[in-house]
Ligand binder design. Structure first.
Ligand code: SF4
Length: 222
C-alpha cells in the first residue's frame, strides 16, 4: 500500500472509530498563539491553569507586555518552563507592538500560509508545531501539526521512518495527509494516542489498525 493510500485508510478508520472532529470556529489568533506556547511540554489542564493565572494578573496583552519577565514567569508557572515561556511571550509581544503598532495578530488571516508560518517561526521559542497549531486552530488553515502522539503513532504505523525527528515529520507527513483532512486527522490521532495507542502500553487488542502496524508486527504476542 502506498503511503498516501495508507494515510487515507488510517484517517477513514479513525473517523469510523472516533468520529469527525470539527473546529469550534476561528478564535483570536494572538490568544491561540500564547495558549500554544503555554501548552509546550505540559498537559491541557496545566496550560489552562497557567493561562487563567496570566489573564488574572495581567488582563490585557498590553499589561503583559509592560510586566517584568519574572512576574510573567510566576504567573504562568503552573504551565511549566515559566522562565523560557515568559521570555518567548514577552519578546513576541514586544516585536508585535514595534512591528505592527498594536497587539493583534489578526493580520495573519490575510497572509499566505507559508509566509505566516515563516513569520511565526522566526521567533525564538516558536517552532513549527506551535506555528501550525495556531494557523490550524485560529485561522482554519490546512496545516498538520505533529505532536508527540502523532510522531509516535506515525512511526508505529510506518508513515514515517523510526528515526524521523518531529521537525522532519512536519515536512514528510503533510503531503500524505488526505486532502481537507488535516484538522480531523490531527485531532483523531491525538485522541487515538490518548485512548488506545499509548506510549508505554498500547492497547493493540482494541486497535483496528493492527494489519498496518509495524510495531504490532514486531511485538504481537506469539
Ligand atoms: S496496533 Fe498497537 S501499536 Fe499499532 S497502532 Fe494499534 S495500538 Fe498502536
Amino acid at each position: 500500500m502506498e503511503l498516501k493510500e495508507k494515510a487515507e485508510f488510517i484517517s477513514d478508520t479513525l473517523e469510523g472509530l472516533l468520529g469527525v472532529p470539527t473546529r469550534d470556529g476561528a478564535g483570536d489568533v494572538l490568544e491561540c498563539l500564547i495558549l500554544t506556547i503555554l501548552s509546550q511540554n505540559t498537559t491541557d489542564v496545566n496550560r489552562d491553569r497557567g493561562y487563567a493565572e496570566l489573564k488574572d494578573r495581567f488582563p490585557t496583552w498590553e499589561a503583559v507586555l509592560q510586566a517584568d519577565v519574572k512576574a510573567i514567569a510566576v504567573a504562568i508557572r503552573l504551565a511549566g518552563l515559566g522562565n523560557q515561556k515568559s521570555r518567548t511571550i514577552k519578546n513576541f509581544l514586544s516585536w508585535l507592538k514595534t512591528e505592527r503598532g498594536e497587539l493583534s495578530l489578526e493580520f495573519i488571516h490575510d497572509m499566505e500560509t507559508e509566509a505566516a508560518l515563516e513569520l511565526l517561526c522566526q521567533h525564538k521559542g516558536i517552532g513549527i508545531k506551535t506555528a501550525c497549531v495556531t494557523l490550524s486552530f485560529a485561522c482554519g488553515r490546512e496545516v498538520f501539526p505533529v505532536d508527540t502522539h502523532i510522531l509516535r503513532i506515525s512511526k508505529r504505523l510506518g508513515l514515517i521512518p523510526s528515526n524521523c525527528s518531529a521537525e522532519k515529520a512536519h515536512q514528510v507527513l503533510p503531503p500524505i495527509v488526505p486532502e481537507g483532512k488535516a484538522y480531523p486527522f490531527h485531532m483523531n490521532l491525538i485522541y487515538f494516542g490518548r485512548q488506545i495507542c499509548d506510549a508505554r502500553k498500547p492497547l493493540c487488542e482494541r486497535c483496528p489498525l493492527t494489519h498496518h502496524c509495524l510495531y504490532y508486527k514486531d511485538n504481537r504476542p506469539t
